[in-house]
Structure formats: structure tokens, C-alpha cells
Ligand binder design. Structure first.
Ligand SMILES: NC(=O)c1ccc[n+]([C@@H]2O[C@H](COP(=O)([O-])OP(=O)(O)OC[C@H]3O[C@@H](n4cnc5c(N)ncnc54)[C@H](OP(=O)(O)O)[C@@H]3O)[C@@H](O)[C@H]2O)c1
Length: 221
């Protein structure tokens, strides 16, 4: 059933949203790109179709995207997180909402996590969407790898959430991306650790001129 579900990506015109649209679209999921700007949405679709012409893609405004999707990915900058969710929350009731948002700040070229009273953007989003099943995922997956088909998305994806069934479903969804292994990261309160880890990965990118991702060792196969 999962493969028939429509995935809406709010902020789907950005690199991370486009990358997830590309990889999940290649796995056979119909994708709706959510955007405030129809021209940006159309340009994103043209770009993705130039990479993979068989994708099932459409673009709509954020509200219609939330309304018409079965699973909704939130992929906007942290500054836009709260207002974006408040504007679409009525269409997210009962749905799985996958939060990829990382609250970050930069000082003299170094990335730092933004410490939130709730602990994480994911928990903030669950508080804003009490009738949705918020699952955090993909924080440590670099857009340039998602967007380059010659690159394997060779990484672990830490997935946190309080609804076990929804978490299992997102674990399965993530593994539709070739190369990805899902890691059960426990309750949503653990999302702060994967969000904060992203700051380290960005700082490693600067040192190694790379797009760093993660693999865990010592876990059962
Ligand atoms: N880039 C990565 O490699 C990466 C990796 C892991 C996680 N993340 C996280 O994923 C999220 C998206 O990353 P990104 O690099 O794709 O971000 P981005 O390009 O900065 O933004 C994504 C989209 O969000 C929308 N947006 C921007 N400002 C907004 C505002 N003030 N209000 C409402 N919507 C706004 C825009 O879409 P429209 O203008 O079309 O509406 C934009 O194209 C971020 O939270 C980031 O931390 C990114």
C-alpha cells in the first residue's frame, strides 16, 4: 500500500525537498511539490524531470499539497517552520508528517545548533500539530547526494517518533531510497540529537570539502 501513497513535500523547491522528491519519486511514489510560488514549483519539476523523466510529479501551493497528500514532508528553513505549519495544520490531521527541519545558526563560518525550549524542531512541530503523527528523519542526508543520481545515498537515516506504526512506515519509506538504512532512533524527544548532529556534519564538510553523512557500526544487521 505504501507505494501508492502520495507524498507531499512542503518546501519541495529547495535542494533537500527536491532531492527527496527525486529519490522517493524514483521509488514509485507520486510526489506533490509544495511551494508558495507556482513558477518556482514548475522550475523544480522541470529540473527533476530533466534528471528522471518518468517521475510522477505535480506542484501545488502548500495548503493544497497538505490537503492532497497522504504523507507530508516538512522541508523548510527553521525560520519558516512554525508559520508554515500553522498555515496548513488543518490538512495534516491524522497524517504522518515527516520533519526534516534543522534549527541552525552560523557564527564566523561555523554551524551551531539552535537550542530550543522544546528540544527540537520535531517536538515543536508535534506540539503545533497534536492531531498528526510527527516523525523526524533525513536530517543527516545531504541534498547534493540525493540530487546526483550517480551518487549512492550511502548512509543511515535516524528516524524518531512516538507513534510506533508511523515510525515503522517511515523507516520502510526511507529504505526505498537506494543505499539508505533506517535506524530506529527512539521517541521523538531523541530528534534533538540527530538535528544537532547536522551542525557537526556541516562543519566537517568545510574541513573535508565534502557532503558528509553517517553510518553506525555495532548495531545488529
Ligand atoms: N540542504 C540540505 O542538504 C539539508 C540536509 C538535511 C536537512 N536539511 C533541512 O531541510 C530543510 C530544507 O533545506 P533546504 O536546504 O532545501 O532549504 P531552503 O532551500 O532554504 O528552503 C526550502 C524551501 O522552503 C521555502 N521557504 C524558504 N523560506 C521560507 C519562508 N520564510 N516561509 C515559507 N517557506 C519558505 C522555499 O520554498 P518556496 O519559496 O517555493 O515556497 C524554499 O525553496 C531545512 O530545515 C534544512 O535545515 C537540509
Amino acid at each position: 500500500m505504501l507505494s501508492k501513497e502520495i507524498i507531499g513535500i512542503i518546501g519541495g523547491t529547495g535542494p533537500e525537498g527536491q532531492g527527496l522528491a527525486l529519490r522517493l519519486g524514483l521509488a514509485g511514489f507520486p510526489i506533490i511539490i509544495g511551494s508558495r510560488n507556482p513558477e518556482k514549483g514548475t522550475a523544480a519539476i522541470e529540473k527533476l524531470l530533466s534528471i528522471a523523466p518518468d517521475l510522477s510529479l505535480s506542484c501545488k501551493d502548500n495548503l493544497s499539497t497538505a490537503e492532497q497528500s497522504d504523507i507530508v514532508v516538512i522541508s523548510v528553513p527553521f525560520e519558516a517552520h512554525q508559520p508554515t505549519l500553522e498555515a496548513i495544520k488543518s490538512h495534516l490531521v491524522g497524517k504522518i508528517v515527516i520533519n526534516v527541519v534543522v534549527p541552525l545558526t552560523f557564527n564566523k563560518g561555523t554551524a551551531y545548533p539552535v537550542v530550543l525550549p522544546e528540544g527540537s524542531a520535531a517536538v515543536q512541530s508535534q506540539n503545533l500539530l497534536p492531531e498528526s503523527k510527527v516523525i523526524s528523519a533525513f536530517h543527516n542526508v545531504a541534498a547534493p547526494h540525493l540530487l546526483t543520481l550517480s551518487h549512492s545515498v550511502d548512509c543511515d537515516v535516524i528516524i524518531c517518533g512516538d507513534d510506533e506504526q508511523a515510525k515503522r512506515k517511515v523507516c520502510s519509506l526511507a529504505e526505498h531510497i537506494q543505499g539508505v538504512k533506517s535506524i530506529d532512533g527512539g521517541p521523538l524527544s531523541n530528534a534533538q540529537f540527530s538535528e544537532q548532529l547536522t551542525a557537526l556534519l556541516i562543519n566537517l564538510n568545510k574541513i573535508y570539502k565534502s557532503h558528509t553523512m553517517i553510518r553506525f557500526t555495532g548495531l545488529p544487521a
